[in-house]
Design a protein around this ligand. Structure first.
Ligand code: ASP
Length: 331
């Protein structure tokens, strides 16, 4: 009840997509051997006593392990989130999701949903059946954030830390403290049911595809294939050649260091470009992106004719989303 007094009334819609937050394991001691997405979102809400009495609506869109996240679920999320956010009685929308692709969905929503209210993603590293699950607190924090006056934009809250959807990165495969915003840092903190802002709420940044290709955005079966290739010691051109032969319309190369690309891949990437495939290079480093150089991705030894466009600060998975939207907007 204390929380109701702190916040003005406002309906929060919770869209469920599955994930570990909705996962169940045979043993309470197990954090990894579980079935993700086993529980409906209404069961998750019922497990959080402080949410009782709040105006909430739930809608289960999918029950995916988010490592299997697909474009159809993304298109449904955009549609439902935008629809609910436009309802005057809705204060904000929460999305429960798996942690594995949370950063991809967050960036996709950041670029496709006009969120003048909070659109808050949350997840958990431990299943709902764990001795000490992190999901209930994260869900409570997400609803609190969705009701926060003045908050807006695509946000993610986990472990009491609020990140902008544009900057989210999963940085650990097991620990509860698994997310970071890299160089951008967190936006706010959730402390005992209160939001403490550290910097302004993120500004919206809708991609052109939203205005130019709304119908194509709604039809994920027609989305162009965009794949990611990692540059590494002993890299083989055959990977890129095979993807082009399989119909790739866009390629992101997760380059080494500042986006440098193995000569084998570079040659194949140039062949792909000559065949009409759009290629961008990002960095496979955990932090930072690609700092552009006039000399191209080869630095001082780079050949200007070999220059592959860079994806700037975007991570490889973000660059893939951006390129997908660029191709949709281009028609
Ligand atoms: N594989 C799970 C998922 O992404 C992991 C998690 O949610 O933590 O759905």
């Amino acid at each position: 009840m204390q929380n109701i007094d702190r916040n003005p009334p406002g309906l929060v819609v919770i869209l469920g997509t599955g994930g570990t937050i909705a996962g169940t394991a045979a043993s309470a001691a197990s954090h990894v051997g579980y079935q993700a997405g086993a529980l409906g979102v209404e069961v998750l809400v019922a497990a959080v006593p402080p949410l009782r009495g709040l105006a909430l609506e739930t809608e289960t869109l999918a029950r995916l392990d988010s490592c299997h996240m697909d474009h159809a679920t993304w298109a449904a999320l955009v549609r439902r989130a935008a629809w609910h956010l436009a309802r005057p009685e809705v204060a904000g929308v929460v999305v429960t999701h798996g942690t594995d692709t949370l950063e991809e969905t967050a960036f996709f929503l950041h670029r496709t949903v006009a969120a003048a209210k909070p659109l808050v993603l949350t997840a958990a590293m431990r299943p709902a059946t764990a001795l000490s699950p992190d999901g209930p607190q994260n869900l409570f924090d997400a609803v609190t954030l969705a009701r926060e006056p003045g908050a807006h934009g695509v946000l993610a809250v986990l472990g009491g830390v609020v990140h902008a959807g544009a900057s989210l990165r999963k940085v650990h495969g097991y620990r509860v403290d698994a997310f970071s915003a890299g160089d951008a840092g967190p936006v706010a903190l959730l402390e005992d049911g209160r939001v403490r802002t550290l910097r302004p709420w993120p500004a919206g940044a809708l991609h052109d595809a939203v205005a130019r290709a709304p119908q194509r955005l709604r039809e994920p079966t027609g989305w162009p294939a965009v794949d990611i290739v990692t540059s590494h010691a002993g890299a083989r051109a055959a990977v890129i050649d095979a993807l082009v032969a399989a119909g790739a319309r866009g390629l992101v190369i997760a380059g080494t260091g500042n986006g440098s690309v193995h000569a084998e891949l570079r040659a194949a990437a140039q062949r792909a470009r000559a065949a009409g495939v759009v290629v961008r290079r990002a960095s496979r480093c955990l932090l930072g992106g690609v700092v552009a150089s006039d000399a191209g991705e080869g630095g001082a030894t780079g050949n200007a004719a070999d220059l592959l466009p860079d994806a700037g600060v975007l991570t490889p998975v973000q660059a893939r989303v951006e390129l997908l939207l660029d191709l949709l907007a281009a028609g």
